[in-house]
Each structure stands twice: as C-alpha cells, then as structure tokens.
Design a protein around this ligand. Structure first.
Ligand SMILES: Cc1cc2nc3c(=O)[nH]c(=O)nc-3n(C[C@H](O)[C@H](O)[C@H](O)COP(=O)(O)OP(=O)(O)OC[C@H]3O[C@@H](n4cnc5c(N)ncnc54)[C@H](O)[C@@H]3O)c2cc1C
Length: 487
C-alpha cells in the first residue's frame, strides 16, 4: 500500500505563519526555473526545500538537457534541426500523453536554450559524434537517444539533441544548477531550507491554498494566494511506489538519485485528487557502450534469440533486458570487435571465450541450435549490410564470423542496473495538476520529475528528457501561477 498524506482543510490550520503568492516546493531544476519565472512575473515567491541547499538530483545529474529545433550549438555543429523535426521525433518515440505539450516544448525549444544560456548555464559550441553515456570533458552536443535507431530515424530527421552543460563527468549537472541557484539568490527570491512540505491545504472547492511544512523542531503553515508548485523530484527512492509499480526491478538494480526523491511530489499530488500516470516508467541502465564497437555485437536471451536492436539508447536496451525470460541476456562478440565494456558501474562480466558458435551455445546452456541459427541469420544479412529483423543501423552492422567468440553476461540480476523512474502526476502544458478526467486542480502545479511530462517509458527515453522539459515546464508553471501569459 502506498502511503498518501492527508490534506488539511483551512479550518484545520492553526494559523498562517506566512503568506506568499506562489510557493515552490523543491529547488531542483524544475523548481528553480518555476521560481525565477513566477518572481519575474511580479509574484511574491517562496521556495521551500527539504535539503540544506538547492540543487536536488539535477545537480547530481550528468547535466544533459534534451533540446533542439536549431539551437545555437546545433547550428555551430552543422545540424539544421527544426522544431517540426523535434516534434515529430518526440511524438513518434515518446507517444506523449499530451501531444500539444510536447509540440509546445518543440516550438519553444530554441528560445528555451537561449533562456538557459542567459541565466548563465554554460554550453560550449562543441560536438561529440560517438556513443557515450557521459563525457569526461566539457563537450556539449551529443547523440543521447534513439534518433538514429529504427523506426525513429524514419519518423524524423535524426539530429543530436543532448546539450551537456560545460561540466565534467557523470555529475556534470552541478555546473548547470550553480548559475540557476545564484540567479534565485541574486534576485532576492526567498527560500527556506531543511523544510519539507508534508501536506497540502485544500479548501471546500478543491483549491489548494497552502501547505504544511515540517522543520526540525516545529511546523509551519504557509498560505499560497495564487498557487503551489510541487517540484519535489522523482519517486526513485520511494520503496512503496517502486514495489507497487515496478516489480521487475531486481535485487541488484539500484536507484540513482538523492534520498529526498522519495515520491513526496507524486504523493502530495495524489492527496489533492490529482491523477498519476506512467509510474511504471523506468530507465534501467547498464550500458554496453562505450566502446562503441560492442554495439556491433548481438544481444541474445536465454532462448538464444535477439530481442532488440543493439544500437538503441542504453535505457531502451535495459528495459528489454528486464522483460526477457529470467531477465537473462548475453552480449556476443567476435574477435574482431572484442573489447571489455568500459562502463565501470555496469559490472558486465566476461563469461568465457569460445572457438566456435556451437561451443558458445553449449557453454551458455542455450537450446540446441538456437544461437547457431540466430548467428547464421544475422551474419547472412549482415554481409548485405542489413538487419531485417531489428533494423540495426548500417553503421553498427558487421558479420560476426571472426572466431574465437566471447560472451558477456548482461543479465538484469547479474549486472548492475542503475535506474531512474519516470511518470508522475498528470499535468497540462502549464504544469497544472490534472485529475483522472483531466480537470485542473485549482491552485496546484506539478513539474519536473514529480510530473509525467513527455517521456512515459524508458524504451522511449533519451538522456536529457528530464532536465530539458523539466526546466521548460517549470518555467511555464511559474509564469502561469503568477498570472502571466506565456510568450
Ligand atoms: C546520476 C544521475 C544522472 C542523471 N543525468 C541526467 C541527465 O544528464 N539529463 C537528464 O535530463 N536527467 C538526468 N538525470 C535525471 C534528472 O537528474 C532528474 O530527473 C531531474 O534532475 C529532476 O529534476 P527536478 O527538479 O524535478 O527534481 P530534483 O532535481 O530532484 O529536485 C527536487 C528537489 O525537491 C526537494 N524535495 C523533495 N521532497 C520535498 C518536500 N517534501 N518538500 C520540499 N522539498 C522537497 C529535494 O530535496 C530536491 O532538492 C540523472 C539523474 C541522476 C541521479
């Protein structure tokens, strides 16, 4: 059972300790952008943050924002992306609940990139054309999704859209959050830390009019005249939400994030009557690349069958591995492309080397003839540069016929799959929380990873689809709550 906090009625509030126009719960990227827009639209804003400082998982992230439509970085790298192509890609790959919200994001994306830069978020004019999960340098533009994978490459003209802030490594995101947090401070936006929003106050008409805040040694009641914006991050660390929605996650899979991403945002939304969707969306990742040459191998299940194109985004591949019989999967390579997977977090182990495919099939205890047939069929078409079964891109196709061969165990319960949850409260393009029948709950907005915005499943995800739309819809919610029109 998922524990949902009870809402309070205004008559249960012992007295308002403070009154503001817009209250923002959580100061990750979505909350920060919401607060900046609301403040600039003239609202009296208060940020309530549970941790001792702002940043959230956004500051811990790899700092990749999924943006496109012809940003300055894309142009500098020679890519002529357009809002239409970006929208086509998002609609085809993400199947978003609210197509209009996704189209609005695509249409505004180039301007949103400019806005982020104006706030001081650093993006180099540089490009990395290879396959990587994160980069150990400040290079910006990367391919981070399924743009070149089938069938999406046919739905929209592929373009690199991962815009990484100019930080280094797996946690480069701090370089993006620092200037945003500094802007809040410089503009005098009030914030209280070590303060968790634990309940919403809702009047008899269903309007959210304030919150209850817990601090060490006491409680505060804060009235929000125009709106409460929930930006509390994901439910990665919520044991009850994970157990109920993601039973396929294994003992060895581990949530990525911060302790306070415990589903408070989703639960607060639910408490006020909002509807949650896609809570079973997850990005389990234990990338087989780098090095990119391993993508030229094949991935098979315990029946010796391929089940996904190996060139897809690592979170898509991870989702398919999670769903295989026994959650078992092997990466098969020949001597020409042999290399150890470099991702230190994934812990893929080399099972063994084999002189022949028959020996490998027996060594992996696969059904007799299964792997032999899979590799025969794969090699036969690979010689022609095609993959009729899963449509792997020609760049990653080569016959696997240069023995000896090797198999790596990439099974869901053997390798180390780190996961990030998707889904959350259903919202509209203004970030307004919606109930089951898509009616807006007055006074309540939910943004960032507490909301279900564009991607619904990890099969459709691209790195950056949290920070990119999260920052954008955060801004829209801030403006709307403050009563301003979205330009
Ligand atoms: C290692 C790692 C790498 C990642 N890399 C990327 C990437 O490159 N690109 C990408 O798009 N996504 C990435 N993600 C996912 C991404 O970081 C998150 O989805 C995104 O940061 C969510 O932003 P947010 O503003 O919604 O939430 P957060 O940044 O998590 O902020 C939420 C804030 O709310 C606070 N809070 C929680 N509960 C309460 C409460 N009850 N009251 C008050 N405050 C509360 C939290 O303390 C936190 O500060 C990565 C995640 C991890 C962990």
């Amino acid at each position: 059972m998922v524990a949902i906090p009870a809402t309070l009625s205004p008559s249960e509030v012992p007295g308002w300790d403070r009154e503001v126009d817009v209250l923002v719960a959580g100061q990750g990227v979505a909350g920060t952008c919401a607060a900046l827009e609301a403040h600039r639209a003239g609202a009296d804003v208060l940020i309530v943050e549970r941790a001792s400082g702002g940043g959230g998982a956004s500051a811990l992230s790899s700092g990749i924002f999924y943006l496109g439509g012809g940003t300055a970085v894309q142009q500098a790298a020679g890519y002529n992306d357009t809002a239409e192509e970006l929208a086509k890609f998002l609609l085809a790959s993400c199947d978003p609940l609210d197509a209009n919200a996704a189209i609005a994001f695509a249409n505004d994306c180039k301007d949103h990139f400019d806005w982020l830069e104006t706030q001081g978020v650093p993006f180099e004019r540089s490009y990395f054309g290879g396959k990587a999960v994160w980069l150990d340098d400040t290079t910006c533009l990367m391919w981070t999704g399924n743009e070149k994978a089938w069938p999406y490459r046919e739905a929209a003209r592929p373009a690199p859209r991962g815009h990484k802030v100019a930080g280094v490594g797996e946690n480069a995101g701090a370089a993006g959050m620092k200037p945003l947090l500094e802007k809040c401070e410089a503009e005098g936006i009030a914030a209280i830390y070590d303060s968790a929003v634990v309940a919403l106050v809702q009047d008899a008409d269903g309007r959210v009019v304030g919150v209850k805040v817990r601090q060490v040694g006491g409680e505060l009641y804060i009235r929000a005249r125009r709106g409460v914006i929930i930006a509390c991050g994901s439910h990665n660390m919520s044991e009850d939400l994970i157990k109920e929605n993601l039973p396929l996650l294994s003992e060895t899979s581990e949530p990525l994030g911060i302790p306070s991403n415990d589903g408070a945002g989703v639960k607060l939304g639910l408490s006020a009557g909002a509807h949650a969707v896609a809570l079973d969306g997850v990005i389990p990742t234990a990338s087989i690349y780098p090095p990119g040459q391993l993508i030229k191998g094949i991935v098979v299940n315990r029946n010796g069958e391929r089940f996904v194109s190996e060139d897809v985004y690592h979170g898509r591949l991870g989702n398919f591995v999670m769903e295989q019989p026994g959650q078992t999967a092997y990466l098969i390579v020949d001597s020409e492309i042999f290399a150890y997977p470099e991702n230190p977090l994934a812990k893929h182990t080399l099972i063994d080397g084999y002189e022949t495919v028959e020996e490998m099939e027996a060594g992996l205890d696969l059904p007799t003839g299964s792997l032999v047939e899979t590799m025969r069929a794969y090699n036969e078409s690979a010689h022609r540069g095609v993959d009729p079964r899963f449509h792997k891109h020609v760049d990653w196709i080569k016959p696997l016929d240069q023995g000896p061969y090797a198999a790596f165990d990439i099974s869901f319960d053997k390798s180390h799959y780190l996961f990030i949850t998707l889904g959350g409260i259903k919202t509209d393009a203004m970030g307004r929380a919606l109930d089951l029948k898509s009616n807006a709950i007055p006074g309540l907005y939910v943004v960032g990873a507490s909301a279900a915005h564009i991607p619904r499943t990890g099969k459709a995800y691209a790195s950056g689809l949290s920070l990119g739309p999260g920052s954008y819809f955060g801004r829209r919610a801030g403006a709307h709550a403050a009563g301003a029109n979205w330009r």
